[in-house]
Ligand binder design. Structure first.
Ligand code: KG4
Ligand code: ZN
Length: 365
């Protein structure tokens, strides 16, 4: 289908309520006409993680408002739209349901096509929204709730090469910050401390590097950090500023080493497809980490592969990526009916075996 399309996107799978309007004229770059994201960090701050019931209620209260704002920012009303795309999973079921119910209501009232989108496809297709990247490309999704290597072959076709068997890297950064008394979200705080520390002082493990393949593990690293912290506290009665910096530097170096080596392996597997324009793209909040980015850039350059990191506001949860993934599906002739269901679990690669420990409650995708 080659008609120009304007889609509304709706996202409510974790703790960001979001709506966006996107216009795509084939042959031209897609245009984000508006993108509204209302985060819920303050609502969950006292609980040390996302509380599903609080998230669901906040989505239900804010979704209408977000959609109204997105339409107003775009200077359009519902009549100008060609379709409605909504995250139908994976995620916290109460939030996903709120979005799907709203989208169904809007589609029924307007007669517009309804397109259910996999949230992970939203992340994975973002380099096509931002840079028009051609398939097949390698995607590293590194967020607070997910870590996986995917080969994106088409809007509906993904092959998972590997992923975390326990924690996601963002979750490990957040737990590290918590153990060291730093602010949440932990990633930026740990990165800032690490920049002033000595990464060689603590010999943290590089989990799963001795095993073939691209699977990753981060929970052992967190335990090693806890032990090192406790040993320092037992020895000196507390942590000095330098101890904290060195712990952060050691932790970050271990995460970067593991991700770098596994990315090298994923690139080798991807090369077997003989892509004509090989590219590695990243998405997710952890992609903001400068040390990690630098490593991935170097590995990509060594492998002769283009490296692409979309702007952070499109790497983290947003509804523009959902509108885009909806347009991509719709152009394949796909859309959904009123039987569209909200799915708490929905792996992108349905043929890959389930990863142990993935898809935890309260974890972002
Ligand atoms: O993609 P995102 O906003 O939310 C989802 O998980 O979907 O990612 C949030 C995660 C948090 O765990 C946060 O600590 C981490 O990304 N993060 C970072 C950095 N900035 C955010 N991790 C490492 N270094 C950073 N600079
Ligand atoms: Zn996400």
């Amino acid at each position: 289908m080659t008609a120009p399309l304007i889609f509304l996107g709706i996202e409510s799978s974790c703790d960001d309520t979001a709506a966006a309007v996107l216009r795509h004229v084939p042959g031209q770059a897609p245009e984000i006409l508006s993108s509204v994201v209302e985060g819920q960090t303050a609502l969950h701050a006292a609980f040390g993680g996302v509380v599903p019931e609080i998230a669901a209620r906040a989505h239900a209260e804010r979704l209408d408002h977000c959609v109204e704002r997105a339409l107003a920012d775009a200077g359009l009303d519902l009549a100008a739209l060609d379709g409605i795309a909504v995250t139908a999973g994976p995620g916290l079921i109460g939030g996903v349901l709120s979005g799907v119910m709203l989208a169904k209501g809007l589609a029924t009232a307007t007669g517009l096509p309804l397109v259910g989108v996999n949230h992970l496809a939203g992340h994975a297709l973002t380099p096509r929204l931002t840079d028009g990247l051609a398939f097949p490309y390698l995607m590293l999704l590194v967020s607070g709730g997910h870590c996986q290597f995917l080969i994106a072959k088409g809007p509906e076709s993904f092959t998972r090469l590997g992923g975390t068997i326990d924690d996601a890297p963002g979750e490990a950064f957040d737990k590290t910050a918590k153990l060291l008394g730093l602010a949440q979200p932990g990633g930026p705080a740990v990165e800032a401390e690490a920049a002033l520390g000595d990464a060689r002082r603590f010999a943290f493990p590089r989990p799963l590097l001795d095993r073939p393949g691209c699977d990753l593990s981060f929970s052992g690293l967190k335990t090693a950090l806890l032990r090192a912290r406790d040993a320092l506290v037992a020895e000196k009665g507390g942590l000095t500023v330098q101890d904290r910096r060195d712990l952060c530097a050691g932790f970050q170096a271990a995460v970067a080493d593991v991700l770098a080596e596994k990315t090298r392996r994923a690139l080798q597997m991807y090369h077997d497809l003989a892509p004509s324009h090989p590219a590695l793209a990243v998405a997710g909040g952890v992609a903001a980490n400068k040390a990690l980015r630098a490593r991935l850039e170097t590995i990509s350059a060594e492998a002769g592969v283009q490296f692409l990191a979309p702007p952070l506001r499109l790497c983290t949860d947003n509804a523009a990526m959902i509108a885009w993934a909806g347009i991509e599906r719709f152009r394949l002739g796909l859309h959904d009916g009123m039987d569209l269901s909200a799915r708490p679990r929905w792996p992108l690669d349905q043929t890959a075996p389930a990863l142990i420990g993935s898809g935890k409650k309260g974890a972002k995708a």
